[in-house]
Design a protein around this ligand. Structure first.
Ligand code: IVH
Length: 694
């Protein structure tokens, strides 16, 4: 008895639960969640509804919170680590990650075949595995006793960076190898494969970056590389990287699993271990089959939800692979059969300059239309000023256009020998083509920008950003309305929103009294949004909502931020010199200084209120209100804001679920409805009393 008590006590200090049942339940939950996640992410065949998954997940999390000793490193709750890493450490690969020799057509493929056959004259045509070459970033994953212990980037092939925290967030990488029937896992296994960003995820990321004014990723591979090197695993988890496994390195004769002896069975094994393995592989008996696989995927690859840039062919037999070995750069037993980038020549007729929503100035080549990778191309991006200088473009030049990363066509080079006599060199304008203010190109940066917040080209983007949910949250002020207000010169600056009156809006097309009032109310409400939201809403380049919060915490007023030294801003943890420079530049521009002055005059929160709204007591939490009639002192919008700040909800019409109806003068049908439903009715005075009770 005494011993049992002692055992329990010691188990509890280790954070383990007092009885076995709870431990068993935790193990059962882990395994159910792992299985469901495998079905969802790898097999793409969900077997649990989200709500059930969430319930099981929460149950496991509660158990682990209660008994920390239950937490295992393969628990689904442990995919995202708590603390961002300071930096990554360099790790030497046990076996180097070689790259592959390239072939660009089947003839070059046959040359390669002839070369290895000279070294192994007895082999002749032999089985090879053809796989798609995924255009991502190679990773090496180490599993010890079945558990993922390390994930390392390719680096220079000899040493890479330890990015284990980030690798753990990739849902298609198992945290524990799935080994059946209680067999012992091998002591050490290394799995290699390609991490990549699916195209739709890539598009979403770039759209978000465009909205925030952050530089766009050139292609999914760069975006995946940038993501893998993020210090904060939470951001990595949001980016939804994916992974295809293609190599398993397993010493023979260890553990219960048989080491595979061919590439084909190695891929099967990876699948059994619950990795995602690309389904489009083909076992080829002869070169002609490789050639038809290569031809087949040249077109079909454009329908895949990820990018591929060729085919990888590996001799199937590991024994033959071992005999052939490596040159100092490549394996002799594998080759990458790449697809040629699709390029065509055409004439450069004109260069136009686009001003993006964030002020980014992009030169665009206007071309004589040509067919390229199945579409007609008449415009191509020239990226930025640096690229223009590099290309040395002259109007009338013959240029070569290519589909970059299969997405936007770009000009790759100029055939300067074909340049017409007397052709004029092109230079990017020094002033914004839309508002004529000088453009800015920060040192070391590629992008030239218009930073005049009142430039009509960026005004529309700025207004939409200002009104967006994470910023000032002005409901009803969407893209169409913004554009029509700009077109009709109703607003020429964010600050103009706060001067708008009913008289300004009513004459506009499709603007009734009700809608106009609603919009004015929503605009008025935005004046109560805290300083951090206002700062985010200003749309300063690189100042997303997180950075805005950090800056607002450190500089509790706009005056302090505007006066702060660039070096002081740069020293803030999480900010750095690039953001500091962007903030500085923004505040230096007279147009922006005027904007701030007007916003201040309009009553926006340009400093932190000592008592943050979300820390105020919330006496009306969960209560639902309806306002009707004219209140003696409070405007409708003010009453609504105060109720919301105290945690209450305000809806338009009374229902049985309404807790209170606040009744003012000339109340109409809503009061009648409240009477009918027997709802509690309040005067303004009673409402104020309720608001101040805590
Ligand atoms: S096998 C020694 N298989 O292409 C064998 N590589 O230049 C090396 N890649 O660094 C890799 N898909 O990042 C292999 N199915 C595939 C691949 C693949 C993409 C990448 C890999 C490698 C590069 C070769």
């Amino acid at each position: 008895m005494v011993q049992e008590q002692a055992e329990r006590a010691s188990a509890q200090t280790a954070g383990l639960p007092p009885d076995l049942e709870i431990e068993t339940r935790a193990a059962e939950l882990r395994s159910q969640l792992q299985k469901a996640s495998y079905a969802y992410y790898v097999l793409d065949a969900p077997e649990l509804p989200d709500s059930v998954y969430d319930r099981l997940y929460r149950e496991l999390q509660t158990l682990e919170d209660q008994y920390p000793g239950l937490q295992t490193s393969d628990s689904p709750t442990q995919r995202v680590g708590a603390e961002p890493a300071e930096q990554f450490t360099s790790v030497r690969h046990n076996i180097p990650l070689y790259s592959l020799e390239n072939a660009f057509d089947t003839e070059e493929y046959l040359d390669w075949q002839a070369r290895w056959q000279r070294l192994e004259p007895d082999v002749g045509e032999t089985t090879a595995v053809a796989e798609l070459k995924i255009d991502g970033n190679a990773l090496a994953l180490t599993y010890e006793n079945g558990m993922l212990i390390r994930g390392v980037t390719r680096g220079d092939g000899i040493a890479g960076e330890d990015i284990t925290q980030n690798v753990r967030t990739i849902r298609t990488i198992p945290l524990r190898l799935h080994i059946e029937n209680g067999q012992a896992p091998p002591p050490v296994v290394e799995v290699r494969g390609e991490a990549f960003l699916p195209l739709d995820v890539f598009d979403d990321i770039n759209q978000k970056r465009q909205a925030e004014g952050t530089a766009l990723f050139a292609n999914p591979r760069n975006a995946a590389a940038g993501t893998l090197r993020q210090l904060d695993a939470k951001i990595v988890a949001e980016r939804q990287l994916d992974f295809f496994a293609y190599t398993v390195l397993m010493p023979e004769g260890t553990g219960d699993l048989d080491a595979p002896t061919t590439q084909w069975t190695a891929l099967d094994l990876l699948q059994t271990l619950r990795f995602r393995v690309n389904p489009h592989r083909k076992l080829c008996q002869r070169a002609a089959e490789v050639a038809s696989y290569y031809d087949e995927w040249e077109e079909k690859r454009h329908d895949l939800p990820y990018l591929t840039d060729g085919v990888v062919v590996k001799l199937d037999s590991f024994e033959l692979q071992d005999r052939l070995g490596f040159t100092n750069k490549f394996p002799r037993w594998a080759i990458a059969l790449k697809y040629p980038a699709e390029e065509v020549p055409t004439t450069l007729n004109k260069i136009t300059v686009q001003v993006g929503r964030t002020g980014a100035i992009t030169p665009v080549a206007e071309l004589s239309p040509v067919q390229l990778a199945g579409t007609t191309v008449s415009r191509a991006t020239l990226h930025n000023a640096d690229r223009l200088i590099e290309l040395d473009l002259h109007l009338g030049d013959t240029v070569v256009v290519r589909k970059a990363g299969e997405i936007i066509p770009e000009v790759v080079r100029v055939l300067s020998d074909l340049r017409p006599k007397g052709a004029k060199a092109y230079q990017l304008p020094t002033n914004c083509p839309v508002c004529d203010q000088p453009v800015v190109k920060p040192e070391g940066e590629a992008v030239t920008r218009c930073v005049n917040q009142s430039c009509p080209a960026i005004l529309s983007g700025s207004l939409r950003h200002w009104a967006s949910r994470d910023a000032l949250d002005i409901s009803g002020l969407g893209e169409r309305l913004v554009q029509s207000w700009i077109d009709q010169s109703v607003v020429t600056s964010i600050a103009d929103l706060y001067d708008l009156t009913l008289e300004d809006l009513l004459p506009l097309e499709r603007m009734g009294k009700q809608l106009a009032n609603k919009l004015l109310q929503a605009i008025a409400l935005s004046k109560q949004k805290p300083w951090a939201k206002v700062l985010y809403g200003l749309g300063i380049r690189l100042v997303g909502s997180t950075n805005a919060q950090i800056l607002a915490n450190r500089f509790p007023s706009v005056a302090m931020l505007a006066a702060a030294d660039e070096s002081v801003i740069a020293q803030i943890y999480g900010i750095g010199p690039e953001i500091a420079q962007s903030v500085r530049q923004w505040f230096q521009l007279p147009a922006n200084q005027q904007l701030i002055a007007r916003l201040e005059a309009a009553g926006l929160q340009l400093e932190a209120t000592p008592q943050k709204i979300d820390q105020r007591p919330q006496p009306l939490m969960g209560k639902s209100f309806v306002l009707t009639g004219t209140l003696p002192t409070l405007k409708r919008a003010e009453a609504k804001a105060q109720i919301q700040a105290a945690g209450g909800r305000v809806s338009g019409a009374p229902s049985a679920k309404t807790d209170y109806v606040v009744v003012g003068e000339n109340a109409g049908s809503k009061q009648a409805k409240a009477d009918e439903l027997g709802l509690k009715q309040l005067t303004e005075a009673e409402l104020i009393e309720l608001l101040s009770s805590s």
